[in-house]
Every structure is written in C-alpha cells, then in structure tokens.
Write a protein that binds this ligand. Structure first.
Ligand SMILES: [Zn+2]
Ligand SMILES: [Zn+2]
Length: 650
C-alpha cells in the first residue's frame, strides 16, 4: 500500500449508501477486493447527499452545485456559519461548529458505536478536516452533557482542537474521566460554568451561557450562544422534568427570558420527534421498582446504562426501602457511581454498599446487584452472569432480573438471546417491553422530549430559524413538522446533512455550501487507520472466508510446476469439497496455459487475472465470494534442491 492510501481516509456520509455488498454482482465483488488506490480515492469523493426534503433550504430542489469556499470571502465577516459535523441523519457522534469571521466554537465531541458492517471497529467519530484546516480560528469547545454521544470522541478530537473547554460541573467531570486513559500530551484546559447562576463567558465573537435542562444524567445543559447576528440555542439532549431525581429542574424561565430577547436559530434535539405526547417523568419508575423489589423472593439483579446516573439513584432508593444491600458490577458502572458519589450527585445511605464478592456470600438472597449489560452486550456483566462467566455472580433460579431500559436499534436480537439465557438458568425476568403481561408499572422512560414537549419548547423560545439536530433524517423531518405547528415559518426550517453550512445574517438564512464531513473509524488505539479497504476485507473474510492459491512456477519458463496448492479458511471444508477444489485446480492450470508466454512474466498482472477467474468460478459454483489470494512462487527448476528463489510474490 503506498503512502498516499495509508493516510486516514474518512468515509463520507454519501459512501455509506454506496457500500459494496458482499453478495452483489461480479463487478461489486471485484470492487470489494480491488486493491486499487485510485478506486478508493474516487469512492471517497464527498458527494452531496440526497435531500429533496421540503425543508432542505431549496424548496425541495436537490442541490447539485457546491460553492467552493473562497478564503477570506468579502462578506464572510458578516455571516454566522453553522455546520454540524455529526449527529444529523444518524444517532450519535454529535458535533456542531459555529463560525463567525476568525472565530470558531465547537459544540460537543461525540462518538458513535460501530455496527455489524464495521467489524473490528470500536467506534466512530466525526471527520473534522474542516476544523483542522481552520485550527487557528478555534476559540473554545463547549460540551452540553456527559453522555458518550457528546463526549466519546474527546480523547481523539480534543488534541486536534486546541482550545479551552467549557461545561457544567458533572459534564466536565465525566469528560476528564473519559480522557484519563488517553494520557494526552497536552492537558486540555477545562472551565466549569454554573448554569444556575446564568454565568456567561465571551469566547471570541461568541458569548456563551449554559441553561439547565432535564435529561437522564445530572447537569445536562442547553448552550446559548449570543453572536453579532443574533442568539443561537443548542438544546443539547433534553426533556422537561419538573421533579428531577438529581439536581434542580430545567430552567424553563431562563429559556423564556432568552426567547423574549429574541432567538435567531434553535438547534433542537430531534430524538423523539416522532413520538406523540409528552415524555413520562423518571420518578414514575420508582413505584415499579418498589413493587418488583417487593415481589422478589431471592436476589435482585438489575441492569441499566452506566451513564443513566439518575436511574442509578432510583435503584439505590428502592434498595434502601427494601432494606437490601447493594453491589455495583461492571467497570463503567463502578466508575460512574464513584464519580457521582464523590461529587455528591448520587446519594447512598451509609453501610448499604458492599463489594459484590462479599455481598453474595454474606447477604445471600438479600442482595441487590446493579450491573451493566442491559443491551445484551456479550462482554458486559449481565451476559457473563447468565453464561456463568462472571467471577462472583452466576444466575440461579429464584433470582429476579430487571432490565430497566429498552433495546437500542440493532440490539433487539442480542437482548432476546440474553433473556433466553437468563430464563434457562431459572431467573424471573422483567423487561420494559413486557410490563403489560407482568402487571408491572413503567420500567423505562426516555431522556429525550416527545413531540408535544418539543412543540412547547419551540413556543417558549420562539426562534426565527429552526435546525433540527440529534437524530435520523426522519426524526429531523418530524421535528420540522413540529416547528411549523408551533409558528416557525416553513422556509425558515432547515433539515440538513452533516457538512452542510447554514449561513445566517440577522434576518436571512441559507444553505449553499458544504464542508468535508463523514466518519473516522477508531480501531483500538488507532484513529482513522482503518480504511474502507480494510473494512471491506474484514467484511469479506467475516462473511465468506478466504481461499489462498499457491502456484509454484519455473523462474525461466514461467511454467506451472506440479499441482497448485489450495488453502481455504472459513469458506468450504476442503475434504467435503473435493470436486470444487478439483475444478479450481483445473481453472488455475487453464489460466497458466492462456498466459502469453512470449512476454516476460508480469506476475502482478497475472495474479489479478487469476484472482478474478477463480473468484468467478467460486461464485458460479457456491454463490459466495471468499477473498481470493493468489501466491506465485518462482523457483529455478534446474537447481538441484528445487528451492524457491527469494521471497514468494504476495
Ligand atoms: Zn444524552
Ligand atoms: Zn445525545
């Protein structure tokens, strides 16, 4: 691989739609295996995503022309540029940048979990090419709250965004913990802002204020950004919560005051814009816990997200009421609880917490075990308890297992597997989805505002322009509808993609330009070193396996010596596929015969040809496309020992 292609090559959002499919046409199959740097570069050309939404800023016309950015454009001093680099058309890796003249501020540095199409990738972070090119302009990074989809990219992104970081107290604490293990060479400068004091800081052209909102983690905030052309509000993740479990309620009065001052643009959380009504409050879960704790005869093993700190407090309260001791299990659970207790957000009655290994011995059936793994994650505590892999806890009959969360997206199947396993071990299982048949109360509520709440917030803030963020395209579009229902003009609503730049003056907003955007794969400790090519290889290997063809040829004549060796891994069992292997050998021999023997051996070219011919044969016979790796050994057949000369050509 040459130097050019070994550089990080972030995929663009447009590429995701064009990802070659492992079972596609022969052309697709070739492309999947093609080690041609040019082809990879072409695939990475940023495309304009399809957006014919009536809210696309062009009355539903697909934009085809992209104005290229002219440096020091005459009027760029007078316009505010707002661009999301993550979190639009997707769930996760939230990041939005605001640019005015020579100043840029960045809101959130989120990450996103990899899915089954990205084998071996840990998570995904936004492509920040544009910010890196304009590094000198970046004056500050503001974080809305401490969830991974807002801080998970910090360890990779903050070193590239050399600017002070602002956030509420718990948010900054979560962020510091998040970057601890990265051992950054330059420690970021953190500034804690108190939303309850309406504290404000000037960062370049931007005046920043945090406003408290309700969410499933303490100290979640909206960000108010006063700019020379008007005020912008990013809601962060939010829900109304008049009776929060931890801390003061959402500061609706402050948002109304700022609404009275006039708000130019609202960047709003779209997560639940398609869910009718209002978000049920967190405290409504408490009676369910009391009821189920009451019903339990044996141990109670309860699982939720480690980052749902408010839920953790509810579980502590329920355990206290039931007079049970409590142990925390799972690395992230222990870390978050420790932080929450240390900073005084989580309140634990003295003497109630025990180490799990002591608790299971001393307390027996009187224990409550709070653990990670409610999404059925294979390596998380609950799955390991179910399979008997956990060092201290093994599920037994008489255990009550409570999953206080909903399966997210693609996790439905693995949660199903987990519940299967738990029930095989004899546990009584309660899930949010089965409350009707269990006759139990509510076991989960969302941290994000439902449709009616979103509408209410829009009518409180009364923005001139609305840009739905934090959600899929459908969620953004639903949010746009709510905007219209609540008095925002249709032409003032922008459902955009990552990379789109919304340019604003005090009375106008338009979207005509794009900046580079997309996703960077994080693989172990490396950032961006997993390329499309590597991913395609992993997908091919994972789904169809590989076949290695080893041909020994005479160095002088280029003649095939003996029968080619065929090695297969993850494709077919050799012994049971003698016929197929025989056909392959035949095909390989024919390829050698067809080779133009009048010219010097160009083994590189020949290997590509051999690969394609073998691939086509295997596809025709098996409808599968294993990775085919031809290896040609050149030997001097006249030498007595018949040893390969030099390294094999791979
Ligand atoms: Zn959140
Ligand atoms: Zn979020």
């Amino acid at each position: 691989m040459d130097k050019e292609t070994s550089k990080p090559q972030p995929k663009t959002a447009g590429d995701q739609r064009r990802r070659p499919n492992g079972n596609g046409s022969a052309k697709n199959r070739r492309r999947q295996q093609q080690a041609n740097p040019m082809a990879v570069r072409l695939m990475n050309q940023p495309a304009i995503p399809v957006n014919k939404s009536q809210f696309n800023g062009a009355s539903g016309e697909q934009r085809t022309q992209v104005k290229s950015r002219v440096a020091n454009q005459a009027d760029s001093q007078t316009r505010l540029r707002v661009m999301s680099l993550g979190g639009l058309g997707e769930i996760g890796k939230n990041m939005t940048a605001l640019e005015y003249g020579d100043d840029i501020i960045v809101l959130d540095v989120g990450s996103k979990f990899a899915d089954e199409n990205q084998p071996g990738v840990d998570h995904l972070i936004p492509d920040i090419t544009y910010l890196e090119k304009n590094k000198h302009k970046i004056k500050g990074v503001i974080i809305t709250h401490g969830h991974m989809d807002h801080i998970g990219g910090a360890g990779y992104l903050l070193p590239k965004l050399p600017a002070p970081i602002y956030g509420s107290r718990f948010t900054i604490a979560m962020l510091e913990k998040q970057i601890e293990e990265f051992k950054l060479q330059v420690q970021p400068r953190f500034t804690i802002m108190d939303p309850d004091k309406h504290e404000r800081v000037q960062i370049g052209a931007f005046n920043i204020e945090l406003v408290r909102v309700g969410h499933s983690i303490p100290d979640a905030t909206a960000v108010v950004i006063r700019t020379p052309v008007g005020t912008v509000i990013d809601t962060g993740d939010w829900r109304f919560e008049p009776n929060p479990i931890i801390g003061p309620p959402m500061d609706i009065d402050r948002l109304r005051e700022i609404g009275d001052e006039g708000v130019l643009l609202l960047l709003g959380d779209s997560t639940n814009a398609a869910r009718a009504g209002q978000t049920p409050e967190e405290h409504l879960i408490a009676p369910t816990f009391d009821d189920l704790f009451d019903r339990a005869n044996g141990r109670i093993i309860i699982s939720t997200f480690a980052s749902s700190v408010n839920r953790v407090q509810l579980i502590i309260n329920a355990a206290e009421k039931a007079g049970r001791k409590l142990a925390f299990v799972g690395r992230s659970m222990l870390a978050n609880v420790e932080l929450g207790v240390k900073l005084g957000y989580i309140k634990v009655p003295p003497g109630m917490i025990t180490r799990v290994q002591d608790g299971v011995k001393q307390e027996g059936d009187k224990m409550v075990i709070l653990c990670t793994g409610s999404q059925g994650e294979v390596n998380a505590a609950l799955s390991r308890m179910a399979t008997g892999d956990h060092p201290h806890v093994k599920i037994k009959s008489n255990d009550t297992v409570i999953l206080t969360s909903n399966p997210i997206g693609g996790n439905i199947v693995q949660v199903g597997d987990l519940v299967d396993q738990l029930m095989r071990e004899g546990a009584k299982v309660y899930q949010a989805g089965t409350q009707a048949i269990d006759g139990s109360g509510m076991l989960h509520t969302s941290g994000h505002a439902f449709r009616d709440d979103i509408g209410e917030l829009i009518s409180i803030i009364r923005p001139k322009f609305l840009m739905p963020i934090h959600g899929t395209f459908a969620m953004q579009t639903r949010h746009a509808e709510v905007g219209i229902e609540n008095g925002v003009k249709k032409e003032n609503i922008f459902v955009l993609d990552i990379g789109d730049v919304l340019e604003l003056t005090a009375d106008k907003a338009e979207c005509k330009e794009r900046v580079p955007s997309g996703v960077v794969f994080v693989d172990g400790a490396g950032v961006g070193d997993v390329e499309n090519l590597v991913l395609r290889d992993r997908m091919t290997l994972g789904s169809d396996g590989m076949v290695v063809v080893v041909a020994v040829v005479d160095k002088r004549s280029g003649r095939l010596l003996g029968s080619p060796d065929i090695i297969s891994r993850g494709f077919v069992h050799m012994k049971e596929s003698e016929e197929l292997i025989g056909r392959m050998r035949q095909e390989i021999r024919k390829s050698f015969e067809r080779r133009d023997k009048g010219r010097p051996a160009d083994w590189q070219r020949f290997k590509l040809q051999l690969r394609d011919e073998v691939s086509d044969l295997l596809y025709a016979k098996t409808k599968r496309s294993p990775m085919v790796l031809p290896v040609v050994h050149e030997v001097d057949s006249r030498s007595s020992k018949n040893q390969p000369s030099g390294a094999p050509q791979q």
